[in-house]
Ligand binder design. Structure first.
Ligand code: PEP
Length: 253
């Protein structure tokens, strides 16, 4: 599966909206959001709300769905986990990998993100690889080094052909759920850095084709400014994606 059309407007519901709430959300969102062929709209509901979400968007092929996490193994004794193959069978098209909450709340390592990205690609899905530095790393001027260390092992494991199915989300940890978003200048600099890392591995043409999303306290009132930054190919939205009207405004930005 190839990467979605840019700009990509993606909502990560995290551990919010059960099946009934997901159905209610889509009832309201789809009433105000009309299909547009100049952008992609994607939602990452909780796994238990995936079937209800899929049913709710059945008639709307412009809305794509993904899972927030998968395990790298195909199946077996891994209580509580979901495989990439199961995600594909359920109708997911994309999977978040290495979200900062997975890394810093659940202790997910970069080695594990590599295995997850491989599993997602092998299942024919699009991995959305999340990278980003913590506040103390930014204060120490180490953001490039940190993001390179998160990115490089994954890129080594993804071939040139497969790179066209990759999406990267730059999400500074200090901006996630804090109400403090990166300035357009900071976001632009980091997106240029990520693009250069992609180009060093795959060449400029392929690097230009890989969507790089910004995530971190994107709201209806700052989405347009962030989306207008050169190199920002979309947004990954947490909290503000839970409000159907607010998220529709972000999708229209
Ligand atoms: C996220 O969950 O990826 C995120 C960016 O969250 P928020 O928009 O709430 O900062």
């Amino acid at each position: 599966m190839s990467a979605p059309l840019r700009p990509v407007l993606a909502g990560n519901w995290k551990m919010n909206l059960g099946p009934a709430e997901a159905a209610r959300f889509f009832g309201e969102f789809l009433a105000v959001w009309q299909p547009r062929d100049d952008r992609s709209v994607v939602f990452f509901p909780p796994a238990v709300s995936f079937a209800a979400s899929r049913e709710a968007v059945r008639a709307r092929h412009d809305v794509r769905l993904g899972l927030q996490n998968v395990h790298w193994e195909a199946g077996g004794a891994f209580t509580g986990e979901t495989s990439a193959g199961m995600a594909a069978e359920a109708g997911a098209e994309l999977v978040l990998v290495g979200h900062s909450e997975r890394r810093w709340v659940f202790g997910e390592t970069t080695d594990e993100t590599v295995k997850k990205v491989r599993a997602v690609l092998d299942a024919g899905l699009v991995p959305v690889l999340c990278v980003g530095e913590k506040i103390e790393e930014r204060r120490a001027g180490r953001q490039d080094e940190v993001v390179r260390a998160q990115l490089a092992p994954v890129l080594q494991a993804v071939s040139l052909d497969e790179a066209r199915s990759l999406v990267v989300a730059y999400e500074p940890v200090w901006a996630i759920g804090t109400g403090v978003n990166a300035t357009p200048q900071d976001a632009g600099a980091m997106h240029a850095f990520v693009r250069a890392e992609l180009a060093a591995r795959y060449g400029h043409e392929t690097a230009a084709a890989i969507p790089i999303l910004y995530g971190g306290s994107v709201k209806p009132d700052n989405a347009a400014a962030l989306l207008s930054v050169e190199g920002v190919d979309g947004v990954l939205v947490g909290g503000a994606s839970l409000d159907p009207h607010g998220f529709a405004k972000i999708c229209a930005a």
